[in-house]
Each structure stands twice: as C-alpha cells, then as structure tokens.
Ligand binder design. Structure first.
Ligand code: ADP
Ligand code: MG
Length: 209
C-alpha cells in the first residue's frame, strides 16, 4: 500500500472500534488502580457510536471522516480522554481536509498535528504518564521513517507507541486522575497510552494487509 485510501481509513476506524471493544475490560482494569476503572467503557462507548455513525454516513473525504470521528467521540466518550481523543481526530481532520488519500508525509503531518493538539488541550508533556507517552514516540518514528514503505513506517510507529506505553509503568503521573495518587501511581501502565497504542497498531495492520 503506497497511501491510505478513504476505504483504508474507514477500515482502520472500524477495526480500532472492534479492538477497543475486545479490550474494554483490560482498559478498565488498567484504569482501576490509578483512576476510576472506566477508560475501557468510555472508549468502547465512543467507538461503538463512531462505528454506528459511519455505517450510515459516507463522509466525502478523509478530513470529513476524521471530523465525524472527532465529533462523535466528543459527544459520547466523556472523561478526560473524550475531549483529548476528539482533539486528536479534529487536528488530523484539519490536515486531511479534502484529501481522498494519505501518503506517509500526509499521515505524519496528521499525527503530528494530533500530538500538538492533545498536548495543548491537556497540557501534558512526555513523561507525565498519559497518552502523550505513546503518541509522541509514534510521531518521532514517522519522522524518521526515510526509506521505509508506508506499511513499514506505520509498523515502526506502532512499535514506538508500544515502547512508550510500557515505559509509562514506572512513571509517576503528573496529569489526569492518576496524578492524585502521586508516587503511588508508579508501577502501573497508563490506560490512555494503552488505547493510543491500540489505535496505532490497528492502523499498521490495515496498512500491511
Ligand atoms: P478519566 O480520567 O476522566 O476517568 P479516562 O479514564 O477515560 O478518563 O482516561 C484516562 C486517560 O486519559 C489517562 O490514562 C491518560 O492517558 C489520559 N489523560 C488524562 N489526562 C490527560 C492529559 N491532561 N493529557 C493527556 N492525556 C491525559
Ligand atoms: Mg477513568
């Protein structure tokens, strides 16, 4: 695959919804010791609504598709993660407005804008034990993907997100609900970094199909 077509992006979002649904209990369990056990439920509710919406609505281009995802997540996810994931997809929508295909450079600019938007909205930086810890390395990997095919680059990006996700375990949370625990938040994997990894992994799977 040389670029992500609108159909591939739609396949990604539907696959991501299925993957989140499958891991709903796991994401809730990760949120139990350092939050309120609802991250899986929040995300599954949001992505189910996205899936339903996209089953009937046919967005004109990838920008419109991402905008639909963003607005649906905003109105259904709730919690801290709802507005943050809405920002993620709204920023990606702005970079993909009017496009019917995304090549590697296009997707890199989408994900970079998503990262910047989420950081501005949540005021978290790398190392605060949030979804940024998966997202920032994923963007870095894309920016250093010279010579890689789209599929290889997205696989590297998902692997970087996975490493960032695992690296949240020893961290002390400085943002979100987990930060209320202070030092006691260390020793637990961040649920939001885990859902971000899952989304990017689903994309890499679509790209190498
Ligand atoms: P809530 O914390 O309101 O219950 P969720 O459980 O759905 O919301 O989401 C929790 C996740 O949101 C955390 O694991 C973390 O990754 C992410 N998060 C929380 N606050 C921020 C923030 N300020 N910036 C980035 N991500 C954040
Ligand atoms: Mg929670």
């Amino acid at each position: 695959m040389l670029s992500l077509t609108g159909d591939a992006v739609l396949t990604w979002i539907n696959l991501a919804a299925d993957e989140i649904e499958l891991r709903k209990a796991y994401l809730n369990d990760l949120d139990a010791p350092i939050g309120d056990s609802d991250h899986g439920a929040n995300m599954a509710r949001g992505f189910l609504a996205v899936k339903d919406k996209l089953a009937t609505e046919k967005p004109a281009d990838i920008g419109a598709l991402f905008k639909t995802v963003a607005m649906t997540l905003l109105s259904t996810v709730g919690g801290a993660s709802g507005p943050l994931y809405a920002t993620f997809f709204l920023q990606a929508a702005a970079k993909s407005a009017g496009k019917t295909e995304l090549d590697l450079a296009d997707w890199t600019s989408c994900l970079e804008a998503a990262l910047t938007g989420v950081m501005q909205r949540g005021k978290a930086v790398l190392g605060d034990k949030t979804m940024i810890d998966a997202l920032a390395p994923a963007v870095e990997a894309l920016k250093h993907a010279d010579g890689k095919s789209l599929g290889e680059a997205l696989t590297a990006s998902a692997s970087a997100a996975e490493e960032g996700m695992t690296a949240t375990i020893p961290l002390v949370a400085r943002k979100g609900r987990a930060s209320y625990l202070g030092e006691r938040s260390a020793g637990h994997q961040d649920p939001g970094a885990t859902s971000t990894h899952r989304l990017l992994k689903a994309l890499s799977e679509v790209a190498v199909q």
